[in-house]
Design a protein around this ligand. Structure first.
Ligand code: MGD
Ligand code: MGD
Ligand code: SF4
Ligand code: MO
Length: 695
């Protein structure tokens, strides 16, 4: 037998919208083919571990259904009838239509719409340069982070925290509102190491028994939208049992006396009623975090996707300030490190051309925008053209019924640059084929860790796929938009951006592959003060003034509680809609990506909704039978699956499936609202009231 020939491996970064941003080693079989993908052992956060769906990336990269050529719609909208055309013809048509629309309706009638299908800074954010250069409508990005980040920053003043690798040095790891086993596997690597090496306890908090909760020593299943109550009761116990660090509170936080008084009524019994946890569970949790000063609170996005999500995120982050966990290695609260990279993005985004008078419409309200809602249009005229990159709004955006109505408009000209025939691409007038991360150069940063890194082009793209950067530059030339970024290669932009952000040169990064950007201990643990002028952690945030990007005040901000609390603004269960539905992520999909790969599809099966057997029986719902979920936004038909690791009255539909996978072709976001939560908007994907009937 011949010895197996070893396939050379090249380093890169996973481009998907995942806090882990793993450092990868990709087998490069030949100039056009990748093999297996491995996690880098050298990059110490990834530490050799990646998720299964990216390990088998060849399935996605070399998928027979990849879009390879530009297509033009030839049948009615949504008919799926397209004809192959040349790039030249496609771009000429786009330019002609955009220019005609601009001449008739003004530049703001064109809406570039994009998100984080790739997290590469050049290919994700370069579309902004075109938008600014042409004064096309702006994009208020809100779908993912708008509840979570402000909630965290409200206390700390800055979006950063202890080195996530310190999880391995903790005595207690609290994995809160993130299903890390499914959504960011590396958190588990470090948490499990802490348990193995130091006997650390792992606490996990979710609304159903996820794979993460199965690995926890203490698994807390709360009712959706009640984490603020849990956090308050924990802090009540910490003060009650003298487990609060009063020195730290006096030295490093704002109003300890007033705050302690506020917590007096937030008893475990009070929280037990709200959360559905037992008093014993709450007491046990408080004792663990109170007695283990090295407690690492790893706060995820999931529990923020509630109308009270920002308040709950803040409340959870407050616990570390009460115990003083911040002071210790392996202690403190962490949500994201996105605040540490100090990127200078003026070249990528063309920020020198930004005109603040141009309207900016809310990403999460695309359904309302396209169906002419005046508030959503922000006083401007209708959107007549969409230019979409890296996102699949017909599947992923709330109020899907409106989104679909909007996309079906005959007077809307839609261009979609995609890798696959997604639900959104199906509604396009022109489809353009996009490269994958292995086929273009880009620069990436971690959210759940502290590395930045280079993702170089490893193989040639198939067919006529072009990168986002190439497309944006070509379109800019044809639209006569000028900016020096349109004249530079992706590598030149990466080099400029690195140098102007203080991270050296591209050549240096090429050699190093990644840079550990972890700030020193005293900054990461805020030992010299939190990110406010007075350096004090805020138990009493000034919500409208929380520094969050271009944060635009929304929702019932005036009724936000003064201190951490149970803020009762979740969508109310009613007699007709008695169930609380969450749309938690499916392990083998990443948002709507990977829904095309055979292994992911086989592992996920079909869309299901988890229901407690005691809720199912009285509603006449048999295990594995079809049910219809409904609310005032629409109906969704899918299979019911009995599951007793969930509270009565709560349903979980793991997502995001293509709409065609559902029995009636309507996706789960049909049931989700696009009303703007406080303080700065967002989307409450896990906060829905629905009714249920056998169907
Ligand atoms: N496999 C997989 N990985 C992913 C994604 C995916 O879709 N699939 N999506 C990627 C993206 S874009 C992001 S932003 C991250 C997000 O990853 P996470 O931070 O993990 O956030 P979510 O996926 O929204 O939800 C996490 C968990 O929060 C739970 N949850 C919902 N409501 C509540 C609540 O009120 N309280 C508590 N305690 N828990 C609640 C949900 O049931 C879910 O299990 O993951 C990324 N990684
Ligand atoms: N029900 C429900 N809905 C949700 C969520 C939920 O938890 N529940 N989560 C929400 C969250 S957190 C997020 S972030 C959004 C994410 O929603 P989306 O931004 O739509 O996320 P993805 O499905 O990851 O990917 C978008 C598309 O980008 C394409 N793409 C990838 N790379 C490139 C590229 O280089 N160029 C081009 N042109 N295209 C590329 C992919 O093929 C994919 O179709 O979904 C939100 N929607
Ligand atoms: S865990 Fe996240 S970052 Fe890592 S390989 Fe999987 S999708 Fe990519
Ligand atoms: Mo996200």
């Amino acid at each position: 037998m011949n010895a197996p020939v070893s396939i050379p491996r090249k380093s890169t970064i996973c481009p998907h919208d995942c806090p882990s941003a793993c450092a990868l080693e990709v087998e490069v079989v030949d100039h056009a083919t990748i093999g297996r993908v491995y996690g880098s052992k050298e990059q110490t956060y990834t530490a050799g571990v990646i998720c299964a769906k990216v390990a088998r990336y060849a399935e996605r990269n070399h998928h027979p259904d990849r879009l390879l050529y530009p297509l033009k719609r030839t049948g009615p909208k949504g008919s799926g009838e397209f004809t192959r055309i040349s790039w030249d013809d496609a771009l000429n048509e786009i330019v002609e239509r955009f220019n005609a629309i601009e001449a008739e309706h003004g530049s703001e009638a064109i809406w570039p719409y994009f998100y984080a299908g790739t997290m590469g800074l050049v290919n994700r954010d370069g579309i902004n340069r075109l938008r600014h250069a042409k004064k096309y409508s702006g994009f208020y990005s809100s779908i993912c982070i708008n509840l979570a980040w402000p909630g965290f920053i409200a206390g700390t003043g800055k979006l950063m925290g202890p080195d996530p690798r310190e999880i391995a040095k903790s005595d207690c790891v609290v994995i809160w509102g993130t299903n890390a086993v499914a959504t960011q596997v590396n958190v588990m690597t470090h948490a499990v190491n802490a348990r193995k090496n130091r006997g650390a306890k792992i606490v996990a908090i979710d609304i159903y028994k996820t794979a993460t909760l199965e690995q926890a020593d203490l698994a807390l299943i709360v009712k959706p939208g009640t984490d603020g109550a849990l956090a308050c009761a924990v802090m009540h116990i910490l003060f009650r049992d003298n487990l609060a660090d009063r020195d730290y509170l006096n030295r490093s936080t704002d109003y300890p006396q007033e705050f302690e008084h506020h917590l007096k009524s937030k008893t475990p019994e009070w929280a037990s009623d709200i959360t559905g946890l037992t008093v014993e569970e709450i007491e046990a949790f408080a004792k663990l975090v109170g007695e283990n000063k090295r407690t690492f609170f790893r706060l995820g996005y999931g529990f923020s996707r509630q109308r009270n999500g920002a308040v709950n995120m803040h409340a959870a982050s407050c616990i570390a300030a009460v115990t003083g966990a911040w002071q210790y290695e392996g202690g403190g609260a962490f949500h994201s490190n996105s605040g540490i990279f100090h990127w200078r993005k003026s070249l990528i985004e063309g920020l020198d051309l930004l005109d603040p008078k141009i309207r900016s419409m809310d990403q999460s309200q695309i359904g309302r925008v396209l169906t002419g809602d005046e508030t959503a249009l922000r006083g401007g005229g209708p959107v007549k053209a969409l230019f979409i990159q890296n996102t699949n709004p017909i599947s992923v955006a709330p109020e899907q019924t409106l989104v679909r109505q909007g996309f079906a408009r005959d007077d809307l000209f839609t261009v979609v640059h995609e890798q696959f025939m997604t639900d959104t691409a199906k509604m396009a007038d022109i489809i353009l084929p996009a490269t994958m991360f292995t086929e273009h150069d880009d620069l990436y940063q971690g959210g759940g860790h502290q590395y930045l890194g280079l993702g170089p082009k490893l193989i040639d793209p198939p067919g006529e796929c072009r990168s986002n950067h190439d497309l944006i530059c070509d379109l800019a030339h044809r639209l006569e938009a000028t900016h020096k970024g349109f004249e530079m290669s992706a590598r030149e932009i990466i080099d400029w951006t690195l140098q102007h952000s203080g991270w050296g040169t591209l050549d240096e990064l090429e050699t190093k592959k990644f840079i550990d950007a972890q700030p020193p201990f005293e900054d990461a643990h805020f030992t010299k003060g939190f990110g406010w002028k007075d350096g004090k952690f805020r138990f009493k945030p000034d919500w409208p003034k929380v520094p969050f990007g271009s944060g635009r005040i929304s929702g019932p901000i005036e009724t936000m509680p003064e201190f951490p609390d149970h803020w009762d603004v979740s969508e109310k269960a009613t007699q007709d809609h008695p169930f609380r539905l969450a749309t938690s992520p499916a392990r083998n999909y990443l948002n709507s990506s990977f829904t095309e790969t055979p292994t992911s599809k086989a592992r996920e099966g079909e869309p299901t909704v988890l229901i407690h057997p005691d809720d199912a029986a009285p509603n006449g719902v048999a295990d594995q039978s079809y049910v219809t979920l409904f609310n005032h936004r629409g109906t969704v038909r899918l299979k019911a699956k009995y599951f007793d690791g969930i509270k009565r009255g709560v349903l979980v539909a793991e997502s995001i499936w293509p709409n065609s996978a559902y029995a009636d072709g309507q996706g789960i976001n049909t049931l989700v609202g696009a009303d703007s939560p406080a303080p700065f908007g967002g989307a409450a994907f896990h906060d829905n009231s629905v009714g249920l009937r056998p169907a």
